[in-house]
Design a protein around this ligand. Structure first.
Ligand SMILES: NC(=O)c1ccc[n+]([C@@H]2O[C@H](COP(=O)([O-])OP(=O)(O)OC[C@H]3O[C@@H](n4cnc5c(N)ncnc54)[C@H](OP(=O)(O)O)[C@@H]3O)[C@@H](O)[C@H]2O)c1
Length: 267
């Protein structure tokens, strides 16, 4: 089997779908990895492998013939992130020539003592210790995450938001970088962190969200929370002030939600 595919774990997720779409646009052969069977309806422009990266079932077959694996699959349950990293590494070791492993992490995971972030840092270290060709790419919070947070808050008449700053990035911008990395030589370390085009307070971002969803008059209440996690966010550990990378802003992202999806990828 030719070793030319780019395997995208979590290719059904928010980021993974954007990565698949980007790679297909670039004419790359792609294989989506998911726990689910391939949907009956949908484009056939890519291969599909069903695997559970927590248990390891199907993982060897999923990475067979891969030139690179962009590991976008993620789990929030205890031990899951690290277990999945170990599965990807074990599967890659079984390949005739080990593929380049690209792991997606989050800006500030080494400074923000939040449980999921600690798990991401542990997974980064698992890749670093693997001895396989790898690259870690950290990104700031996605637009989708902030939208979900504001949508939840907007259920209340007074919309609570954390009194913090964010530099949200669009998954299409992250996908551009990940596609580039997948095709490049491994950094065997971290690529430079990437963030969205602007740093703004959650209050301002919430106002943008509310205006875009027809609730512009709804009051927003910034909430200052105690603790080390919020302290680290307040200190800006989630930001990349010197190196904005993303081009798509939050307004543009929200405006695009109503637009029809691209026809190239409907996984
Ligand atoms: N959200 C953010 O703001 C943000 C910021 C920076 C970095 N990141 C990182 O970006 C990555 C992608 O995030 P996302 O928001 O796109 O995630 P997501 O939408 O929640 O997607 C998670 C993916 O993981 C797959 N998955 C979960 N458990 C699995 C298992 N046991 N075996 C195989 N696949 C499994 C799911 O596939 P199936 O359900 O099809 O199996 C799904 O496609 C994560 O590593 C995250 O930490 C996120």
């Amino acid at each position: 089997m030719d070793q030319d595919r780019i395997v995208v774990t979590g290719g059904t997720g928010v980021l993974g779908r954007a990565v698949v779409e980007r790679l297909l646009t670039e004419g790359q052969p792609v294989r989506v990895v998911s726990r689910r069977p391939r949907p009956e309806r949908g484009a056939k422009a890519y291969e599909w492998a069903t695997a559970d990266l927590r248990s390891g079932a199907g993982a060897g077959e999923a990475v067979r013939g891969a030139r690179a694996v962009v590991h976008c699959a993620s789990g929030v349950r205890r031990g899951e992130e690290e277990a999945m990293a170990r599965t990807v590494i074990a599967a890659a070791r079984g390949a005739a020539a080990p593929p380049h492993l690209v792991y997606v992490s989050i800006v500030g995971v080494d400074r923000i003592p939040f449980g999921y972030y600690r798990a991401k840092l542990a997974a980064e270290q698992v890749f670093a210790a693997s001895g396989l060709p790898y690259t870690v790419q950290r990104a700031t919070q996605f637009h989708d995450l902030l939208r979900a947070m504001f949508a939840f808050g907007a259920k209340a008449p007074l919309v609570p938001v954390p009194a913090l700053r964010f530099q949200p990035i669009d998954v299409r911008d992250v996908a551009v970088r990940l596609a580039e990395l997948a095709l490049a030589s491994p950094a065997d370390g971290r690529a430079s962190d990437i963030g969205g085009p602007r740093i703004r307070g959650a209050r301002e971002l919430a106002r943008v969200y509310l205006a875009a969803t027809g609730r512009g008059r709804r009051p927003v209440l910034p909430v200052r929370l105690p603790g080390r996690v919020f302290g680290a966010f307040r200190a800006g550990a989630n930001l990349v002030p010197r190196e904005p990378y993303g081009r798509i802003g939050f307004e543009e992202y929200l405006a695009g939600l109503d637009a029809p999806r691209s026809a190239s990828y409907r996984g």
